[in-house]
Design a protein around this ligand. Structure first.
Ligand SMILES: C[S@@+](CC[C@H](N)C(=O)[O-])C[C@H]1O[C@@H](n2cnc3c(N)ncnc32)[C@H](O)[C@@H]1O
Length: 290
């Protein structure tokens, strides 16, 4: 059930259904969209050999897998996500890469407690790539996750920069609304999620500092993707935008696909802006409960 009026994604069972359905197409976007940001986040967090990492909302592992490579055999990574199909892709990739130090666990990150293989002081690192704005009661849940990190450890997130994905999402909503009236009102556009509060370097920096971190660094990862028909459709079927297709039959889905391509051309959209903010800080306060 969704108890968070600020966030249409706060019903984690519904989120899990959307991302389970999206999982195959989601991973196709890893090389161009999720992967560069996941790598950048792990780099900026300075993940080092032997460290213990919590990667919340890990999906198929775009930041969790590079973290596992960075911590090496003496370290550990817990990747936590509500969508088990997403995790299964991550497990298979980890196996292919021979990574034995990463565990993909199906759980709601807002309820996560560090298991006994984590040092008593807590995790060394918390990473959340494109996930924090899905969490129910975003601020409180993030603060709680930060509290699982030891003092002097690091916490970091990636989020879409203001403007990124917006024109394309707007096209998707306009087209899908022709088949699902009221979609905009129910929908997951940015101004209806907590993302709009943290999608500029300044607001994100202040928010991360408020969560109990120092030395906050926010960097901008530019990513302008050619708006091919294939990419546009993958961005619908392989992301949270997939929710707009719920309840449509296959004929309607085919029409939505065609009309999105037509709208993209008609509006002269040549690139999809996937520019991302990568924000990290050093945890300054001792763990708190709640
Ligand atoms: C856009 S994907 C990002 C996945 C991955 N971090 C990446 O960058 O490729 C967002 C992920 O957050 C997960 N998610 C949303 N709410 C969650 C929650 N409450 N607990 C755990 N995972 C959640 C979704 O299932 C989805 O896999």
């Amino acid at each position: 059930m969704n108890d968070d009026p600020e966030n249409p994604w706060a019903d984690s069972a519904e989120t899990a259904r959307t991302f389970d359905a999206a999982s195959g197409d989601f991973d196709e976007l890893t090389p161009t969209v999720w992967g560069p940001a996941g790598q950048a986040l792990v780099f900026q967090l300075g993940v080092a050999p032997g460290e213990a990492v919590l990667d919340a909302c890990c999906g198929t592992g775009s930041s969790a897998l590079p973290a596992a490579a960075a911590v090496g055999p003496e370290g550990l990574v817990h990747g936590v996500d509500v969508a088990d199909e997403m995790l299964e892709h991550g497990r298979l990739t980890a196996e292919r890469r021979g990574l034995k130090n990463i565990e993909f666990v199906c759980a709601d990150a807002s309820q996560w407690e560090a298991p006994s293989d984590v040092p008593d002081a807590g995790y060394d690192v918390l990473s959340i790539s494109y996930g924090v704005f899905f969490l129910p009661d975003m601020d409180r849940t993030f603060w709680r996750l930060v509290s699982l990190v030891r003092q002097g450890g690091r916490a970091g997130v990636t989020v879409w920069r203001r403007g990124a994905m917006e024109e394309f999402s707007s096209i998707v909503f306009d087209v899908a609304s022709r088949y699902s009236p009221g979609l905009r009102e129910r929908g997951v556009l940015r101004d209806r999620t907590p993302l709009h509060r943290i999608d500029t370097p300044d607001t994100l920096e202040a928010w991360l500092a408020d969560a109990g971190t120092d030395s906050v660094e926010v960097r901008t990862l530019s990513n302008l993707l050619p708006a091919t028909e294939k990419l546009c459709w993958s961005l619908v079927t392989g992301t949270g935008l997939r929710a707009v297709l719920t309840g449509l039959d296959s004929g309607q889905v085919a029409s939505v696909r065609q009309q999105i391509a037509e709208e993209v051309t008609a509006r002269g959209l040549r690139t999809i802006d996937a520019t991302t903010l990568v924000a990290t800080g050093t945890v300054r306060r001792p763990p708190v409960s709640g």
